[in-house]
Design a protein around this ligand. Sequence first.
Ligand code: ADP
Ligand code: MG
Length: 630
Amino acid sequence: MSVINILSPHVADLIAAGEVVERPASVVKELVENSFDAGAKNISIEIRNGGSTYIRVTDDGCGISPEDAGIAFMRHATSKLSDEHGLECISTMGFRGEALAAISAVSRIELRTRLKGTSEGTLVKLTAGEIDEMEAVGCPEGTNIIVRDLFYNTPARRKFLKSDRSEASACQAAAIRCALAHPDVSVRFIRDGEEQFFSPGDTRIDSCIYTVLGRETAKDMLECSGEDSGLILKGYVSSPSACRGNRGGQFFFCNGRFIRSVLMQTALEQAYRNSMLSGKYPGCVLYLSIPFGSVDVNVHPAKTEVKFSEEKRVFDLVYYSVLSALETEKRNADIAPSPSTEALLGKKTGFYKSLSSEDYRKTAYSATPRKKEPGRNDTEFFAPRETYQTKLDLGSPFSSVSSAGPAPVSPEPEKPRSDRLPAEKTAETVENTVQNVDKLSIPNHKIVGELFKKYIVVELDDEVILIDKHAAHERMLFDSLKENASGPAAQILLEPVPVRLSAEDSELLTSHAELLSSLGFEIEALADCDFVIRALPADMYPSDVVPSIEEICEKLKSGKAPSPDEARDEILHTVACKAAIKAGWDTSSAELERVTAAVLSGAVLYCPHGRPVSYRIPGRDLDKRFRRIV
Ligand code: ADP
Ligand code: MG
């Protein structure tokens, strides 16, 4: 008795159908892709009951001839290649001639199509892949295909369908991806009789995003582009403050098709590392154009997974283009820097955008530590010690370090002064940084005061600007710490601080000893779990050392910082946060002025966790509130 059976073509189709057609959304995707392939300029998609009973796709593409209309549903029927010479094309575009066969095998289909330039169309009706009826009909040029009762003959698969609601959402998501993939094609999506979106097809990416993803998403997006010999990237990325709790807002396209790419996703997210709240994900609509042959889309039957032959170049292009977009946003902040500020920002002005991502990487992020210009020290720039010194009159032990580097801006009210351990700095001599403030030509403004010891209130032209003093100062410190390649200056504690840690934390601390020491921490192990801290980054309060060490251990434990670079950034976040002025503190007017200057110069937009640092209220809005104007 024979045990090996050759499957009937019908059974083979049913099996293949499972590969291509998982759920109604995959039908939507395949049909719309065929419409794109047919050169359609207008596509309408309509679904009912989550697509399980009804999916209709109408296009004004090239249409199908009467001879081909029946053949299109046969397995391996494709007009897109005819022999092995087209195989290159299969692997690049993913044509397999399988979709219509697979869909028709598990549904009832009605196809109306008229080839462009002919006078008569064709109607084909199929049930489970078999043609029931085929006749000449009158219909518009293009193709209209209706798929009814999906999986009606495969109950097992039908059972796996989720609720109509979630299948409908999946269909809509597929339609969104299709529409975004082609800003040059107008796509309309109708769900249970209600239009959900309608893109204009005017080739503009921004108008496509606006109509498909909505105004809220569109208004917070930044333009992003880059090029690297043959690889071209363009599109939009979300502003750090508009990041969301999942990756649902990330859309990557390669050569006109939606793709999933861990590589591009990682490059995108890495670029936001220091401007986004942890646990948040940036959104994007990014189009990569890459020479055919450098990408293999056939890794997955649904063609969404790709393999790039030059992964590093793709990664760098995405990473540096996105970084550049975020930098550009900084410079074009709502509160635009004045021309002289631009001059001060010098190297950053009008610069990144015109460079290829490769040049950008070389220039802006070269591995060689940035040379310090004489007379300039960014770390100290925003927190010259003298000011606090004179203002706070901290007494002799503290004053001996008065010009040694940045320092806490004002005392934390709840901490008695004796809590501060006297410190001595190893830091190099600091230039008088007030000069730098003068160099910044900050727009003419007036600091009106402070709200709740938290927000600086600034009047600038006809606007009110509220600045979160802690968030802004934290960012200033973080940026200067990060730019300081040799690590922040350390302050040696006269009275070392003892710390006792859990076994796990002790282990972590020991394994990161080198990194911590490069950042200014000098930690000595006394016993297994007992340590003394002998030195700290210059900016930190000695009284903050224990909570900081605990926080650092927590971050290293949580797996937030898998690479040494990320660990370094996380530690710098902690240092910056602890060293920054806090809400609730009394802050000197000089310090408020410095923080304000940094924000108004456009240099500071988000705190290292991605929270915004300022908020504008146009005077007009106030006038409206008070009904001075309507
Ligand atoms: P593939 O797209 O891989 O060629 P399909 O099974 O999706 O395979 O489609 C089979 C063929 O049917 C296509 O190659 C094309 O010739 C024709 N076809 C399908 N949909 C359309 C359409 N909307 N407009 C014109 N031709 C179409
Ligand atoms: Mg197809």
